[in-house]
Design a protein around this ligand. Sequence first.
Ligand SMILES: [Zn+2]
Length: 145
Amino acid sequence: MQGQFQPRRRLVIVRLFEGPVLPRPGTRHRTRDETWSRDREGVDEVVVCSSCHNILTSVEERIAINQAHIHTCRNPHGLVFQIGCYARAPGCQSNGIPTAEFSWFPPYRWQVAVCSGCRQHLGWHFTGDGFFYGLITRRIQVCSG
Ligand SMILES: [Zn+2]
């Protein structure tokens, strides 16, 4: 019974070419221009698990879903998560069978994504016409590689 009466919205997925949306703890605020030149100099910035520092993905994998990289989403239990969208996250493992129930990005289905290092729940793996990861911003950190 899920989803039949929902209008199918087309997801807009674009690569982000500009600086980090996420604040980097312990670093000075940088302007977009500074970030841009840093990135172009080839400084590798990686996204790690905040618990075990397992490398999950890279800042270059950030994407915008429906015009935004960051989304604030509420689950059926009333818990609110702020997630950032990434095209790939090789340091995550997906658990469970993909389901469309309560999907925040219909018609995409979701699975729970956990850290392959410490198994902490880091977000969700969305699959449909392609795939992406929504990672909980409070459970990840951006580090210079
Ligand atoms: Zn971890």
